[in-house]
Write a protein that binds this ligand. Structure first.
Ligand code: ATP
Ligand code: MG
Length: 420
């Protein structure tokens, strides 16, 4: 152990477990790539103001969880706590919305930072794969994103997740509801901070996880009863499209994502095997966000799925991912000449796309075979002075233990046909 440890709330991805994270990212990205989403990458930090406006001044993310700092040059920056604001900022900056092919569909994958109280499934550095469809108001687009996330989780073998769905209304009906909710909240016994929140962003109070607050909210007015006809029709269409796709969901009239810009469709993916950190992903429509960060009106919808919690969910369900073997062939040279010969063979195998590795450092046969075993290789190729003198190498099948002599010049083709 060195003098240093990973900072509080962070952890390292280390082989072999790290392979799971790659596989999860890949599985979430695959359906997006297959559905017209282009890859976007943005900086790990942005002007703090982007998040203040784009995530919301009154949110926990901005008030408590953001890593904000001032640079030597005096710029006020923040490590990105989420992806949507950055992706929209980048799309606007590159004028993607003016190229005449709306919606602009983008996907991303990366690290996010929030100063939270660390616990299982809640870290200060975590990773998400996300998707945003910018510049179209179409229930099929909302449905598409929900269906693709469902497909991603299923392709990983996850079964015990639930999709919960709600509509948050729009700028016609939300304000009416907001006022009704505020009136209701004023009659409750709330602490000062919560009262302040009720003033600035009353919907967020519905999201309060504290039991004493939740108890008081039992009779809170529901947005469902305030939706205007346009929002009702839109939501009904989303529900029908995902139902027709065979995706099961639950209506949850209390689900809020308490940011002011969220509109209409709102959803969360939850996994019941994760204790209180049960949300594996979430998203929704954010028709107002572009204008809030100084852009034109661009109705949009998106989601972000948490990679760390998805891995925990797989573990909770006991799902073993079918990870490709990292090494198919392991070469064990037992003499100087054999080192040169086998090293060449390993290079040839790699060029053919066969995963091959080599016993480095001068090890005896025993130590080298231990490495071969650990590598998980299907075949080991062993050669010593006597083998080469006879023009052969030893090919060992690591499953059966059988060992046969194969001509030095034939070994690559032999392995290629065996592994092909
Ligand atoms: P929570 O209610 O659990 O705090 P959130 O609403 O803050 O979640 P989002 O901002 O919607 O989460 O982020 C999308 C996903 O990213 C979450 O569903 C979760 O899987 C993951 N996520 C968010 N914060 C963290 C974190 N601190 N550590 C690990 N994963 C996280
Ligand atoms: Mg959170």
């Amino acid at each position: 152990m060195s003098t240093f440890q990973a900072p509080k709330g962070t952890y390292d991805l280390i082989p072999p477990e790290s392979a799971k994270y790659l596989a999860v990212r890949e599985a979430i990205a695959a359906p997006l790539r297959n559905s017209g989403y282009g890859y976007i990458e943005t900086p790990g930090f942005e002007n703090v103001e982007l998040f203040a406006r784009g995530v919301g001044e009154s949110t926990d993310i901005v008030t408590k969880e953001m890593y904000a700092f001032e640079t030597k040059g005096g710029s006020k920056l923040a490590l990105r706590p989420e992806g949507t604001a950055s992706v929209l900022r980048a799309a606007l900056e590159a004028n993607l919305h003016k190229l005449g092919n709306l919606p602009v569909k983008l996907w991303y994958s990366g690290s996010y930072y929030r100063y939270e109280r660390p616990q299982k499934g809640r870290y200060r550095h975590f990773s998400q794969v996300g998707a945003e469809a910018i510049g179209a108001e179409d229930p099929a687009l909302d449905a598409e994103l929900i269906i693709l996330a469902d497909q991603a989780y299923r392709s990983l073998g996850l079964r015990n997740f639930r999709i919960i769905l709600n509509s948050l209304g729009d700028k016609e009906c939300r304000p009416v509801y907001r006022e009704a909710l505020q009136n209701f909240l004023r009659g409750l016994d709330l602490d000062e901070e919560t009262l302040r929140r009720a003033d600035i962003n009353p919907l967020r109070v519905l999201d309060d996880k504290r039991p004493d607050i939740q108890k008081q909210l039992t009779d809170a007015p529901l947005l469902r009863d305030y939706l205007c006809d346009a929002c009702k029709a839109y939501h009904e269409e989303v529900r029908e499209l995902i139902t027709a796709a065979g995706v099961v969901f639950e209506d949850d009239p209390k689900l809020v994502r308490g940011l002011d810009y969220y509109t209409r469709t709102t959803f969360e993916f939850v996994h019941d095997g994760l204790g209180s950190q049960s949300a594996v992903g979430g998203g929704g429509r954010y028709d107002g966000l572009s204008e809030m960060i100084g852009g034109p009106a661009l109705p949009s919808v998106g989601w972000a799925l948490g990679v760390d919690r998805t891995v925990l969910a797989l573990e909770a369900e006991g799902v073993e991912l079918e990870l490709p073997a990292s090494t198919s062939v392991f070469a064990v040279p037992l003499s100087e000449e054999a080192r040169r010969v086998l090293f060449t063979k390993v290079t040839e195998l790699r060029k053919l796309g066969i995963a091959a590795d080599f016993s480095y450092g001068s090890k005896g046969l025993k130590g080298a075979m231990k490495n071969a075993n650990r590598s998980g290789a299907r075949y080991t190729v062993i050669a010593g002075e006597r083998d080469l003198a006879e023009g052969v190498v030893q090919l060992k099948d690591m499953e059966s233990g059988d060992q046969t002599a194969v001509g030095v010049n034939e070994i690559v083709a032999e392995l290629e046909s065996k592994l092909g």
